[in-house]
Design a protein around this ligand. Structure first.
Ligand code: UD1
Length: 327
């Protein structure tokens, strides 16, 4: 298929591009490079510089004729979404509506959407399945949930068939070394640990050690980005074949604590990685992990690379390449 990947120069997007190319699809990236990077553009990919806030950019892109698109262009910092919701309204909500309108106007009615576990809020039960009530606790999560609802209406009225993929905590790098871009000013646990290991940050601050978990630190479901990327291909092929939309949770089904991630990182890197306990971060649920039984049944997907060591070693390999490049 001829696929437009909106946000394809970002961390997850570039892995998605790699997965589509490997599966034999024809891929073009649309990105404004606000957080995406040219270094992430996989050779063999077309590139359109454009902004989802500008309907004309999208109209020009979709006029080239695509069979399907993947939408990953969004701001994703949970904390920032609570202090600057306007940014999230304009980019995540209006930007998505602009994409949908341009795609439908040009007859492109197959789509994969990056949704998030953030739509669920604090879990009422574990593991989280697709039927778990959605009650986002951040504006970021709210934007993802609203978009899922809009997609259901575009399905009904315009015949848009979508796959909404609710990622749990994306981590890791392509083990083949095709993606090399590092996120600038990362907000997530593993890249922060890597920056401490590299000596770019003084220490890791562990947000709370008094949770009711096996070691007192928060449990999350980290899923390898290459596993996530593969799910996009399977999901698109499924909705195309079945002409029916779907929504699935994508997690590894394994909970890892902050301390376990840190200890494994020390082991893999051989670096001490200074760390200090600080207060809990507001809004952090103690424990979150998914069941991916529905993803397995619906799109034939399960995580393969999402164990703690592979997550860390694949990430550390990329950070070390940057260290070598800087010398
Ligand atoms: C959140 C979202 C998730 C989203 C992700 C994207 C929720 C419930 N989850 O994940 O859907 O995809 O952001 O950014 O909103 N931690 C530390 N020290 C640090 C950084 C993190 O201890 O310096 C801890 C956090 O308290 C948390 C874990 O590490 O327990 C993971 O944090 P993070 O990587 O920020 O992701 P989430 O907040 O779980």
């Amino acid at each position: 298929m001829k696929v437009l990947v909106v946000g394809g120069a970002g961390y997850i997007g570039s892995h998605v591009v790699h997965a589509f190319l490997s599966a034999g699809h024809d891929v073009t990236v649309f990105d404004n490079l606000s957080s995406g990077q040219l270094i992430n553009l996989v050779p063999g990919t077309g590139f359109i510089a454009g902004d989802i806030r500008h309907p004309d950019d999208l109209d020009a892109a979709f006029s080239r004729g695509f069979d399907a698109f993947v939408h990953l262009a969004a701001f994703k910092a949970v904390g920032e979404s609570m202090s600057e919701p306007e940014k999230y309204s304009v980019n995540n909500l209006s930007g998505t509506i602009n994409i949908l309108n341009a795609a439908c106007a040009h007859g492109c009615k197959r789509m994969v959407f990056s949704s998030s576990a953030a739509i669920f809020g604090s879990p009422q039960y574990l593991p989280i399945d697709e039927a778990h009530p959605a009650n986002p606790e951040s504006y970021y999560g709210f934007t993802k949930l609203e978009i899922e609802r809009i997609l259901a209406w575009y399905d009904r009225i315009r015949g848009l068939r979508f796959a909404a993929l609710r990622y749990f905590n994306a981590a890791g790098y392509d083990p083949d070394g095709t993606v090399l871009g590092l996120e600038s000013n990362p907000q997530n646990l593993l890249p922060i640990i890597m920056e401490v290991a590299m000596g770019w940050r003084k220490e890791l601050q562990i947000f709370g050690n008094d949770y009711d978990t096996r070691d007192g630190t928060c449990v999350r479901d980290y899923v390898h980005v290459s596993d996530l990327a593969r799910a996009h291909v399977l999901a698109l092929e499924t909705i195309d074949r079945e002409d029916e939309s779907l929504t699935v949770n994508l997690g590894s089904e394994t909970g890892i604590t902050v301390t376990e991630m840190l200890e494994t990182a020390r082991e893999v890197t051989g670096v001490e990685i200074p760390a200090r306990y600080v207060d809990r971060r507001p809004g952090d649920p103690s424990e979150l992990y998914a069941t991916s039984a529905h993803a397995k049944k619906r799109i034939g997907w399960e995580a393969e690379l999402s164990d703690c060591k592979t997550l860390i070693s694949s990430t550390w390999d990329v950070y070390r390449k940057h260290q070598t490049a800087e010398k």
